[in-house]
Ligand binder design. Sequence first.
Ligand SMILES: CC(C)(COP(=O)(O)OP(=O)(O)OC[C@H]1O[C@@H](n2cnc3c(N)ncnc32)[C@H](O)[C@@H]1OP(=O)(O)O)[C@@H](O)C(=O)NCCC(=O)NCCS
Length: 203
Amino acid sequence: MSLSAPVVFPDAVPTFTAGDVTIRAHRPGDVPGIVEQCADPLSVQWTTIPVPYDESMAVGWISEMVPDGWRTGDEHTFAIESTHPDGVRRFSGSLSLRDRGSRRSEVAFGAHPAVRGRGVMTAAVNLLLDYGFEGLGLETVVWYANAGNAGSRRVAWKTGFTFGGTMRAWLDHRGETTDAWVGTLHRLDTREPRAPWDLPTVR
Ligand SMILES: CC(C)(COP(=O)(O)OP(=O)(O)OC[C@H]1O[C@@H](n2cnc3c(N)ncnc32)[C@H](O)[C@@H]1OP(=O)(O)O)[C@@H](O)C(=O)NCCC(=O)NCCS
């Protein structure tokens, strides 16, 4: 079952803004920023992007895979736009909701290294969650991260996710299974930390 009726990319993809942060459909002009982000060590460490990553992959991703996700409803992927430290407003990362059926979805996100630590992803995730709960009628969103990914956990914590335990050997990471942190957010939850900040020990 897909999240919603087919959405024609890019024209029917909605745009949402909060302060300096906008989420919108990807554009060809985002390709250099996507390649920069995918070459960044933290992106390689914590996500499953192909390594090495080149321009043709970014072009294929925004011209085929992302539009397919919107058409089928399997994954609604947005580009993030914000002002970089050099004062220029441009591509700042990507994030998505992956359909898991029965009004459940999984959130995924990655920021361009130049904008990290400025609250950009927290704002973008909040916009995405509004879209998911209000626009798509989701009941629950789940967050997974490889155990140890403190930055990702911090974004989930700030946006109100309730953490479960560590799932042993759960996430596929380039052919290996890694332990996963998991959290869930219900549509009625407030978008604020549910408990004091805590970083579990990674075995
Ligand atoms: C995780 C990521 C998306 C966060 O993006 P961001 O734009 O920096 O997020 P924000 O600025 O909104 O919030 C990040 C928070 O994490 C904190 N943080 C970052 N790294 C941290 C770490 N190693 N330990 C503890 N906190 C950390 C920041 O201080 C900030 O918290 P604060 O605002 O309370 O100070 C970004 O680091 C990234 O792209 N990482 C690589 C890809 C990735 O891990 N994706 C998630 C896969 S599950």
